[in-house]
Design a protein around this ligand. Structure first.
Ligand code: ADP
Ligand code: ZN
Length: 523
């Protein structure tokens, strides 16, 4: 690198990144940084956050420090920068002493513009990096995945709290914090915990208009998943599961059916994990079945679908995970399987945490996630509203929007199902209700239940029909699933009103997932 100094951001963008124009807020963000203002950037995944600190790094005289939690990605990021002619390096524990000494000397002689580190590196070890930084010309600090500083975020990393001290040690230089996911609480935390001074905020629209959102009942999830994957035959995608065991079982099941799938979770040996990830990134395997350990920072633009086999714990996580689909801007699918049982399981997992305030916040987030699954308003509207953004009108690209105008009159069977639930005093789940409704001879049914007036009135229709109807009644808020241990069905106030007023019960009964997949784009 010669000592040419750059002053013009557009020129840097063109020369080193090959792009002719800035996108969205990039230019304004870079101006804010160059004016030495602390800056906070909220931009969805794929929005182009990196350029916001990489371009200023080429303009500032001294070193830019980039703090990122993703050690495994640093090498790739640095290689990519070097390939573009940008002198960058990283320091982490995978390097030998002499390698690290070499990089330090390169920094001292001003040969390196961007240095990537993980936050723990700042204060740990015999010679913490913070002491070294005080001896060099540090111009600018960028904090990637800044939501990690907040314990209200979904990925809290305590080492991030130390960055506040770094801010105090370098009061004269600008800091930029970037994240793709932060609700209101997390946003306040980012400014506060990082000690940013009157930060300039740049909040981009979080809408990912190329992603189709769908939520469907978890019953027969595997069957529905296979149908969905059949629709996405040649595509790459991620299937998220809650537990490692689910990951392995699901991956094995897909493999057994001849699908190109591999597992990924933190319990696998490192080599296997890295190998599987590599296969996926290089398109040598199509489906990555994974826990949420997979994907943070993975830069693969042609992910066409993201499936959640279980409901995530909160909307931030869901939005970040689904946001890995369609970074290239092409139509992509997000599918979530919802069950009340999963919501109960997640709630119980939270209850085990110690800090009550934390539990309360997380329970609230879980409730909002659940409400998203059960909502009858446009999913995109709901999501954007969660992030404080208003979406004018319905999106026309989510399952709720697709269902509009496609309702069937289900009054009679719905009344049968609802009255069976009432006769059973709203004390049972769907399994038992159907035994009664379909007139089962099972020994599980007491004589009392066999004598009910609703016994056997639904025997003319198959079990699958009733289960589907039940799911729709839940989704449309006629029924609610409650109960601490297993979900029992209860009628909502809305259902009672409908029954009293003798209104027709119109429900969206289309079912096949492939039926609706991406079709709306075509008309
Ligand atoms: P994020 O970190 O916000 O997820 P990246 O910084 O990885 O996003 O950028 C996403 C993609 O967009 C990358 O392929 C990047 O090269 C590209 N990109 C960024 N800025 C521009 C721009 N101004 N013009 C065209 N492409 C851009
Ligand atoms: Zn919609």
């Amino acid at each position: 690198m010669n000592n040419t100094t750059f002053t013009n951001p557009s020129q840097v963008l063109k020369q080193f990144f090959g792009y002719s124009d800035f996108r969205g807020n990039q230019q304004a963000i870079i101006d804010s940084v160059l004016n030495k203002k602390d800056t906070i950037v909220l931009m969805p995944t794929g929005g182009g956050k990196s350029v916001c600190y990489q371009v200023p790094a080429m303009i500032f005289q001294g070193l830019t420090l980039v703090i990122s939690p993703l050690i495994s990605l640093m090498k790739d990021q640095v290689d990519a920068l070097n390939a573009n002619g940008i002198p960058a390096a990283f320091l982490n524990s995978s390097q030998s002493q002499s390698e690290q000494r070499f990089i330090s000397s390169q920094i001292e002689s001003g040969k390196i513009k961007l240095l990537y580190i993980a936050p723990e590196r700042l204060y740990r070890g015999d010679y913490p990096l913070i002491d070294f930084l005080k001896t060099v010309n540090l111009s600018f600090v960028a904090i990637d995945e800044a939501h990690c500083v907040s314990q209200w975020g979904h990925d809290f990393r305590p080492e991030y709290l130390k960055i506040g001290e770094l801010r105090k040690s370098f009061p004269q230089i600008p800091f930029i914090a970037l994240t793709a996911t932060a609700d209101k609480l997390t946003r306040i935390d980012i400014a506060d915990k990082l000690g940013l001074k009157l930060p300039q905020w740049f909040i981009s629209s979080f809408d990912r208009s190329n992603i189709t959102y769908r939520v469907t009942a978890k019953r027969d999830a595997m069957g529905k998943l296979l149908e969905f994957l059949d629709f996405h035959k040649k595509d790459s995608g991620v299937v998220y599961c809650l537990s490692r065991k689910n990951v392995e079982e699901t991956a094995a099941e897909l493999q057994a059916r001849g699908l190109s799938a591999l597992p990924y979770h933190a319990g696998l040996p490192r080599e296997e994990r890295e190998k599987n990830q590599e296969f996926f990134i290089k398109d040598e395997v199509k489906i990555m079945v994974a826990t949420i350990a997979f994907g943070m920072g993975i830069d693969k633009s042609n992910v066409r679908f993201v499936v959640h086999m279980n409901m995530p714990q909160n909307i931030e996580g869901y939005y970040q995970e689904t946001g890995r689909a369609g970074r290239d801007g092409l139509p992509s699918d997000a599918l979530l399987f919802y069950s009340a049982q999963d919501a109960i399981t997640l709630g119980r997992m939270l209850d085990q945490a110690e800090n009550q305030q934390f539990v309360d916040v997380m329970q609230d987030k879980l409730e909002k996630m659940k409400a998203f699954c059960q909502t009858r308003i446009c999913r995109r509207k709901y999501l954007l509203n969660y992030f404080g953004e208003n979406h004018a009108g319905d999106c026309g690209n989510c399952d709720i929007c697709f269902q509009k105008g496609k309702r069937q009159d289900m009054t009679i069977p719905a009344q049968m199902l609802l009255s069976a639930i009432v006769r059973l005093r709203e004390n049972y789940g769907i399994g038992h209700v159907l035994l009664v409704l379909r007139g089962s001879k099972s020994s599980k049914l007491s004589e009392e239940h066999q004598a009910l007036s609703v016994y056997g009135i639904g025997k003319d229709r198959p079990e699958a029909f009733w289960k589907n109807l039940c799911d729709k009644l839940i989704q449309e808020e006629y029924l609610a699933e409650a109960g601490a241990h297993f979900p029992t069905l209860k009628l909502t106030e809305f259902a009672w009103q409908k029954l009293k007023s003798k209104e027709k019960i119109l429900l969206p009964m289309e079912e096949s997932l492939s039926d609706v997949s991406n079709k709306p784009k075509e008309h």
